[in-house]
Design a binder for this molecule. Sequence first.
Ligand SMILES: Cc1ncc(COP(=O)(O)O)c(C=O)c1O
Length: 474
Amino acid sequence: MQVEYALGGIFLNCTHQISITGPACQKLSPDYSSTNIPDMPPCSFKPEEYKGMSKERMLQIRRQYCNPMIMKGTSYKNPVFVNQGYMQWLWDVDGKRYLDLFAGVATVSVGHCHPKVTAAAQEQLKRLWHTTIIYVYPAIHEYCEKLAAHMPDPLKMVYLTNSGSEANDLAMLMARFHTGNHDIITLRGSYHGGSPQTMGLTSYASYKFPVASNSGCSNTMCPDVFRGLWGGSHCRDSPVQTTRDCGCGQGHCMAKEQYIGQLKETLATSVPGRIAAFFAEPIQGVGGAVQYPKTYLKEAYELVRERGGVCIADEVQTGFGRTGSHFWGFQGHDVLPDIVTMAKGIGNGFPMGAVVTTPEVAASFAKCLHFNTFGGNPMACTVASAVLDVRIPSLNNTAMNFKPNILQVSRDPLPTEDMLEIFEEVKDMGVLIGKGGLYGQTFRIKPPMCITKEDADFFLAVFNKCIHSYMERR
Ligand SMILES: Cc1ncc(COP(=O)(O)O)c(C=O)c1O
C-alpha cells in the first residue's frame, strides 16, 4: 500500500487533497506515534438534548419513502445521525461530538449556525420570507452590491439562483447566447452539476445517466500532475507537490505544455472552429482535489478566446475564501474569467447560487426573458450578506508548520473497500471527512473555515492512527 499525505494545504489551501494510492506508508508532520492521540479540542457550546425520532425509525422511513438515491448517497456503513451543529462541530442524536472537516460537502463556509449569520436570518424571518424580483426590496440590492465589490472589474453583473447546477445551466445559456456558438469544453474528471444540461459538462461517469445530455459538450485531458500522464514535483503552484520526478527547467513546465497540447488536439478534432465556452473549476473538487500545472489555465483561456469562446470559472467549491490565499480560486491562476459561477459556501448552507459576468455578456442574456421564483429571495440574500460580513480568519501562518512528507511507490488507487474502511474508522474516532476522485482514491478535507490549528493537529493524529491500524491489519 502506498499512502500520500498532502497535508500542507490544510491551512494554506482549505481545499486540498489527501489521496491514498498504493503501497508504502510515511510519517505525518508533526510526528505522532500510532497511539498518540490528543484529546478532541474542547468546545464550550452545549447542544440540545435530542428527543426526536429513533435512529431505526429514520432509517426505516429513508428506505420506505425516500427515493433509493438518498440511501445510495448515504455515507458510512454506520451512518452519522446529525442533530445539531455549531461552528466546526456536529453532534449526533446520541450527543457524540464530531469535528466536521467536510462541511456538508464544502458548503458550510464560516461555521455551522454561525451566530452572526443566524442572527441576520432570524431578523429577516420576522420581516419578510419571500418576494421576487418583480418587486424592489433591499436585501437583493444590498447583496448584489456587496458581492460585486468582491469581484474584479469587469465582473460586476450578478444573477442569483438556488444551486450550483442552476448557476452552471445559466452560464451555459449565457455563453451560447452571447457568442452565438454551441460547443463547450470541460476537463475530464470535472463535476459541474446534475441537471440535464450540466450533466453534459460533468465528465465523471458515476454522475452520468444514459440519456442525451451532452449536446455540444466535449472534454479534454485533465492536467492532473499527480495521476496524469505528465507532471512532477515542481509543476503545481501550490505548497502541496507530488513526489514524481520533475524534469521541468526554471519557469518552464513541460507537463503544462503536454496538457495544453492535448487541449489543442481537442480543439482541432472535437469541436468546430468557433466555440461557446471553456468551463473549469480552479481546483477540481469532486474529481479529487486536482491542482493543475502553473499557467495551464492562462494558456487555455487564450486558446479559447482565440476561437470566440468565453472562459467560465466554476467557483462552486473554490470560492468565498476556500483556497485561503485568494477569495476566488481563479485568482490563484492569474486569470480573469468572463463568467463566474458560485454556490455552496455562498450561503453557508442556505440554498443559493449566483452567476457573475461582464456587462456585455449580461446585456446579451437580457435580450430574452428569464425568471427564477426563488433566485434572489430576501432570506437567501440576507444570509449570504451576513456570510460576506463574517471575517474569515487567515490560517496562512500555520501552513509553515506542515510540510507534506510524501513517499511514493506507485499511484494506483487503493481498493474501494479499503478506502471505506479507513473512512469509517476516522469517523468512529470523531472526525468527518469526505471522499472523491474518479476512482474514489482521494480523502477530501474542506472544513468550515473557522477550524483551528488544534483541530487540524487532532485530525492529523486520528488520521495517522487510522492509517497505522489499516497497515497493521494488512
Ligand atoms: C464544482 C461544482 N460545480 C457545481 C456543482 C453543483 O452544485 P449543486 O449541487 O448546488 O447543484 C457542484 C456540486 O458539488 C460542484 O462541486
